[in-house]
Design a protein around this ligand. Structure first.
Ligand SMILES: [Zn+2]
Length: 461
């Protein structure tokens, strides 16, 4: 039978209308972000505040069993630091079980190889994705509501695979800063100050140095995130997104530049290379040119949030997407490229050079979306391997540093004033040659007191 145009129209409406209206099989109404916000995340001249983003998260979580919103603590300016947990309905019903599996694999203690393999079979890969740590680098945080919506509602093969195998944690890393920048920009759009910086810091105390606080946890946002990553969820992957791409590249991703940290397990570096390479492939598949690796950014400095979790055998991924200024578009002619980039010669780690043209926040959001989904896909496909290797890296590292220096580690202890004492403890009592200088930090008083170790005890001075 030859289908009539009317029959085809009914068929097409029947198939596509539910998806267009955000109604995948088995769902009631699910609100797309543009309907809640009044604009599509990544639209020119628009930035949502943290309150708008979290308001949308909470609305979305109320419409599905695939997502919940959790609270990891307060921010420096008194907001609640909330984040989304997304997975399949079946996984969401057993979150505590999956957290416990990850914790046991990560801490190793009392776990033999056979039991570790059994747990790796049963577990789910936990992936942390954050945006907005550096609040003026807007695109990653603006993406997160759209990413949450896509992960909850998309019904393609890849998204189903991700939901079945991965528990995604979607985190706004600097809630105060997100609103500070959004308020400033939206107030100045269309004025001569549209691309200017606000006259105050986008983190109350640390400004842009909030990332450099990760190893010492001075800021309560850092404490919240370190607690969530290293004491609660024990993710296999942490993805921390920024926007300082080496021009004219549109995004920088791993593999990193040299040097690397010799104290990190080599498997972790291989996983980072694998995830970065998969991301590069995803950019070519999505016809998003200008993705570059093996230049500019190394993983040597141990203080960033990425390198801090490396030390916990969590594979960290950094990307640096191109940014002009907030949500203002800009046109880049080829003549603005440096001489050595104007020939557009492809390279092994830059196979599709960017040719110039318009660059919008929507482009950066789209690149970050490709990156996030590629990471989640790798985490889904290599679920067992990632979980087992988390155990293997921890086990090997503990064994290694029984025989090699350094012989001590810094441990945070909460004191009676609510601050933290960073105690350098010896791993081996017979070793006396470790540093005896300790540093006391209190986020409440911002005081800094040098401590002295006395016969294994800690005292303030
Ligand atoms: Zn940054």
């Amino acid at each position: 039978m030859k289908p009539t145009p009317r029959f085809l129209a009914v068929l097409l409406v029947g198939v596509f209308l539910p998806l267009a209206a955000g109604l995948p099989a088995g769902f009631g109404q699910v609100t797309p972000p543009e309907e809640y916000l009044g604009f599509k995340p990544g639209a020119d001249f628009h930035l949502m505040s943290y309150e708008e983003a979290i308001g949308y998260f909470e609305e979305l979580a109320g419409q599905t069993d695939r997502m919940i919103v959790r609270d990891m603590g307060e921010t420096s300016m008194g907001r609640r630091m909330k984040y989304a947990v997304i997975s399949s309905e079946e996984n969401m019903a057993q979150l505590d079980r999956y957290k416990d599996i990850n914790k046991r694999l990560s801490l190793v203690s009392g776990l033999g190889d056979r039991e570790a393999r059994r747990l790796a079979e049963q577990g789910r890969t936990i992936v942390w994705i954050d945006g907005g740590l550096h609040a003026s680098e807007c695109a990653p945080a603006q993406l997160l509501p759209q990413l949450a919506y896509d992960l909850v509602t998309d019904d393609d093969r890849r998204t189903r695979l991700i939901r079945e195998n991965v528990i995604a944690l979607i985190v706004f890393a600097n809630p105060d800063g997100m609103t500070i920048i959004s308020d400033w920009y939206m107030e100045n759009v269309g004025t001569p100050y549209e691309t200017s910086g606000p006259p105050w810091l986008y983190h109350k105390y640390a400004g842009h140095d909030n990332n450099r606080d990760s190893f010492m946890s001075n800021l309560i946002e850092t404490q919240n995130m370190n607690r969530a990553t290293s004491l609660e969820w024990y993710p296999e992957i942490l993805y921390n997104q920024h926007q300082t791409a080496p021009f004219p590249a549109r995004i920088w991703m791993p593999p990193d530049a040299e040097p690397t940290n010799p104290n990190v397990h080599p498997l972790l570096i291989r996983w980072r290379n694998l995830i970065g390479s998969a991301m590069g492939k995803a950019f070519e598949e999505a016809e998003q040119p200008g993705a570059i690796s093996r230049t500019s950014f190394d993983s040597w400095y141990p203080g960033y949030c990425t390198q801090v979790v490396d030390s916990h055998n969590c594979v960290s991924i950094l990307t640096e997407t191109a940014l002009y200024s907030y949500a203002t578009p800009r046109f880049y002619p080829l003549s603005e490229f440096s001489q050595n980039h104007q020939d557009l010669v492809p390279g092994v780690f830059y196979p599709s050079p960017w040719r110039g043209g318009w660059w919008r926040i929507g482009d950066a959001v789209a690149y970050n979306s490709t990156a996030c989904k590629s990471i989640l896909e790798v985490a889904a496909k290599f679920r067992y391997e990632m979980l087992y290797d988390k155990y293997k890296m921890a086990r090997d590292t503990i064994e290694r540093f029984k025989k090699e220096p350094p012989y001590g580690f810094d441990r945070a202890v909460t004191d009676q004033r609510g601050g933290h004492i960073y105690c350098r403890r010896r791993l081996h009592p017979q070793r006396r040659d470790i540093s005896r200088r300790l540093v006391y930090h209190s986020h409440q008083s911002a005081s800094r007191i040098v401590c002295q170790e006395r016969d294994g005890e800690t005292g303030l001075s």
